[in-house]
Design a protein around this ligand. Structure first.
Ligand code: MD6
Ligand code: FE
Length: 212
């Protein structure tokens, strides 16, 4: 018999519950949903297989993260409209300044949209040249079960509930740890307007270039 491996919380991982007040969440949600008129959600697919992801995406900022048959990358324009991404909202710049502990400004914010059945498999955010910069996220809308593991895909994992307004920081060694979203809990938030329920938005802020 070998003992079941125990989850050890990686250094640099922070969960900041209720970082955004309900009023701040509403204001941020309004900004995000307005930006989606200009940069509509699209359904990305997996490299090679072309299998669609259940999460729909868009981006804010000079760069946006894309997944398609060609692979994963950052690009300056929306894959469907060809337009530049909407600018990073000030509230997200402030969030980065407040918790990012990084000298350079964020360049990309991935907008993840989860409908009732969406999930996100275990992954490492690894497409940034600034591979030591933290990734900072904020969640809006329905709760989700977030899973965090180690740098090895097979390492033990633990799950955390993320509620609307919660902030997650993957900095330091935790930056290279596998994580994903097992499921959302439909109907657990009334933050978003009716037509966006049930559902959850997660915004991940990243620094892409090393400096300058
Ligand atoms: C999500 N979050 O919460 C997915 N990545 O929907 C992420 O994949 C994530 O929350 C890096 C840092 C923070 C995150
Ligand atoms: Fe991630």
């Amino acid at each position: 018999m070998t003992a079941k491996p125990r989850f050890v919380q990686p250094d640099g991982f922070k969960l900041l519950p209720g970082y955004f007040s309900p009023d701040q969440q509403r204001a941020l949600a309004r900004t995000v949903l307005a930006a989606l008129d200009a940069a509509p959600l699209y359904r990305p697919c997996m490299p090679r297989t072309g299998a669609p992801l259940s999460v729909q995406m868009s981006n804010f900022g000079p760069l946006g993260w894309i997944s398609d048959r060609e692979g994963y990358r950052y690009q300056t324009m929306h894959p469907d409209t060809g337009a530049p991404w909407p600018p990073l909202p000030q509230a997200l710049r402030d969030l980065w300044a407040g918790v990012g502990d990084w000298p350079d400004a964020p360049e990309a914010c991935l907008i993840n949209w989860y409908d009732a059945g969406a999930r996100l498999g275990l992954h490492v955010d690894a497409d940034e040249d600034a591979k030591f910069a933290p990734v900072v996220s904020v969640s809006l809308g329905d709760r989700a079960r977030f899973r965090l593991g180690g740098a090895d895909r097979k390492a033990a994992t633990a799950s955390f509930i993320l509620s609307s307004g919660d902030v997650v920081v993957l900095g330091g060694p935790s930056r290279r740890c596998f994580h994903g979203v097992d499921r959302i809990y439909p109907g657990t938030s009334s933050l978003l307007p009716e037509r966006w329920r049930p559902g959850r938005i997660n915004l991940t802020l990243r620094r892409v270039h090393r400096s300058g």
